[in-house]
Each structure stands twice: as structure tokens, then as C-alpha cells.
Design a binder for this molecule. Structure first.
Ligand code: SER
Length: 339
């Protein structure tokens, strides 16, 4: 008998970290993970088994398939938007071929144990691409189908993988005898920038907000790489993890879409700076825009319309901008750095 488990790829990353803690807090320990690097010790203690390796290694995926019955996949492994622009081909390989491998893996699982495999996919505001700042301001809160012209390799990868997921869910091998579609129950969230008190991101372009906060707490100066008026949506990590689990647990028939926007607040970089300074008055935060990274953030919407997520599966972030800082980020970050 194979053992029923949840699989988390990219488990050592920021979302994986939050997700594993939340699941283990709920008493869910039947978790297996796949990441290039081992989990840190505290995190590792909460999972049943760690596989250290690549999502591009199909032999490794076959081994997992032979040992475990996976009912749910959180496919979090990816190369983010800034890093992806330095190595676009590798980004494509990891983000697209890696996701395809996981979709094929989930399809095989579904065919072998006979239950649909819920496949949770973190897409991103990077799937949007607005052509200029004027259009960005006029567009305001964008809907899922609008402005789908991403300017980064990462954004292109995310947008395409949303489509691949829809294909597996609804149309997979549509000309074959028998009905093979629906073994993968694919569900995606377009995450805004995420801010965690316990981990720092790496390789993303929304990283200026978390970097500003963590640097201030460490007592280090920070040169923000975007202009003060830069505005995109953000969310505190506990709310992001909560959203992922709400969508994962929603009944299939409640879902009217494959891909959902979510957001919680959308401060300008200057507003983030002001809140950081309230907590750490001596923080040396300056603005030194990197015009190329700025252009990427300027192509992302200043706000997204997440009403369908709220209606279909009860998206309900707890933290707005003020409470994210006062009740979550600042106290937890102080604890972390003894600041
Ligand atoms: N936070 C991500 C990035 O900046 C967007 O999904 O790349």
C-alpha cells in the first residue's frame, strides 16, 4: 500500500515555510517535500519525508509516485522575476518544464489511485503587463482576463502554466478513448507581492518592500530600487497561506474560475517606508531606483479585483496595511532580530 500524502515542491521557500508551519499547526503531518535544498531543521521536523532534488528530475518524480499516493500538490518551486531575467532559458526550464513534469505526475497519480489530485499553483501579478504608467493608473483594479501581456520571462511562464493547468483539468488527451481529463483538479492564485516576518525573499522584483522592513530591523541601511510613488498590491504571508488553503479545500462546484486574483493592500513604496520608520525611527532608507527593475514593477497593476475569490471560496485576508505592520510584521520581526 502506498501512503496518502500532500506534496509540496519548493518547500524551503517563503510560501513553503509558511504553509508547512500552518499545516503542522493543524495537525497535518502527512507531508512530503521536494526542494533543491534540505529544509531547515525546525521545518524539517514537521514533514514526513524530504526529497532533495529537482522538479526536472523525472526519475525522482517516478520514485515518489511509486511510494506515495499524492492527493494534493502545492507546486511552489519557481525562479522568480528578477532572477529569471538573468537566465531566461533556465527560468523557462524550471518554471514551465518543471510545472509540466508536476502536472504529468499529478495526472499519473490521479489515474493510478482514481481520485482527482488537487493541484495548487501560485501564479502572480507578474502575469499582467501594462504598457505604461498612465495606463497603469487608469486601469486601477484589474480583472483576471485583462492586460495579460507580461514583460518578464517569469510572467510569461506563469501565464502559460495557468493555461497548461486548465488544459490538464478540462481537456487532457481529449481525442483518446475514455475520459482522462479531470484527474488533475488545477487551481491557481495570482499572488500579489508577499511579505513575511520570518523569511526574506530572493530573486523577486516585489522584494523591495520586505527588504526595506528586514533591513531596518537588522539596523542596516537600505537603498530602495524603485521610486517612492511605486504602487503594487501586497499581502502578509499568513493571509497568503490562508488563501492557498481555502482554495485548496473549496468544493469543486464552488469554483467558477481556474485562476483567481487576490490582494490585501497596495501601498506606495513611500507609504511602506513611513510605516517602517514609525517602528524603526533611525532606519536609513533611501530611494535609488534601478530603472530596469522599476520598469518591471511599473508593468504590474497598482491593484487587482479579487471579488470572485471572495465570492467563490471566501477569500478573507485578516491584515490590512496598518495591522499587517502593527500586529504581524513589526512584533514578529523584532522578535526575530531582537530589535
Ligand atoms: N514576488 C514575485 C516576484 O517579484 C512576483 O510573483 O518575482
Amino acid at each position: 500500500m502506498r501512503k496518502p500524502v500532500v506534496l509540496i515542491t519548493g518547500a524551503a521557500g517563503e510560501i513553503g515555510h509558511g504553509l508547512i508551519h500552518r499545516l503542522s499547526g493543524e495537525g497535518v503531518h502527512s507531508i512530503i517535500t521536494l526542494d533543491l535544498k534540505p529544509l531547515d531543521e525546525t521545518l524539517g521536523a514537521h514533514v514526513e519525508r524530504q526529497f532533495t532534488g529537482s522538479i526536472l528530475d523525472r526519475n525522482l518524480l517516478d520514485r515518489i509516485l511509486s511510494e506515495y499516493e499524492v492527493d494534493m500538490v502545492f507546486h511552489l518551486a519557481a525562479i522568480l522575476s528578477t532572477r529569471g531575467e538573468f537566465t531566461p532559458l533556465t527560468a523557462h526550464e524550471v518554471n514551465v518544464e518543471g510545472t509540466l513534469n508536476l502536472l504529468a505526475f499529478a495526472q499519473s497519480q490521479g489515474e493510478s489511485h482514481g481520485r482527482p489530485v488537487r493541484f495548487l499553483y501560485p501564479s502572480s501579478i507578474a502575469a499582467y503587463g501594462l504598457p505604461d504608467l498612465g495606463t497603469k493608473h487608469r486601469a486601477g483594479r484589474v480583472r483576471e482576463h485583462e492586460w495579460n501581456q507580461p514583460i518578464t520571462m517569469y510572467g510569461c511562464n506563469k501565464l502559460y502554466c495557468e493555461q497548461l493547468g486548465r488544459y490538464y483539468s478540462r481537456h487532457y488527451k481529449q481525442l483518446a478513448a475514455g475520459d482522462l481529463a479531470g484527474r488533475v483538479d488545477f487551481r491557481a492564485i495570482r499572488f500579489p507581492g508577499l511579505i513575511s516576518a520570518v523569511t526574506v525573499p530572493s530573486g523577486g522584483t516585489s522584494d523591495y518592500a520586505p527588504e526595506m522592513i528586514h533591513s531596518a530591523a537588522r539596523g542596516e541601511p537600505y537603498a530602495c530600487f524603485v521610486r517612492p510613488d511605486t504602487r503594487i498590491p501586497f499581502m502578509a504571508m499568513p493571509d497568503a497561506v490562508d488563501a492557498l488553503l481555502r482554495l485548496a479545500r473549496a468544493p469543486r462546484e464552488a469554483l467558477s474560475r481556474v485562476v483567481y486574483n487576490i490582494t490585501a493592500f497596495n501601498p506606495s513604496a513611500e507609504e511602506v517606508r513611513r510605516l517602517v520608520l514609525e517602528a524603526f525611527p533611525g532606519a536609513g532608507i533611501t530611494f535609488e531606483p534601478d530603472l530596469k527593475r522599476q520598469a518591471i514593477v511599473d508593468s504590474w497593476p497598482e491593484d487587482v479585483d479579487d471579488s470572485t475569490a471572495r465570492e467563490d471560496w471566501g477569500l478573507a485576508p485578516v491584515y490590512d496595511l496598518e495591522s499587517a505592520f502593527h500586529d504581524y510584521l513589526i512584533p514578529r520581526i523584532r522578535e526575530r532580530y531582537h530589535a
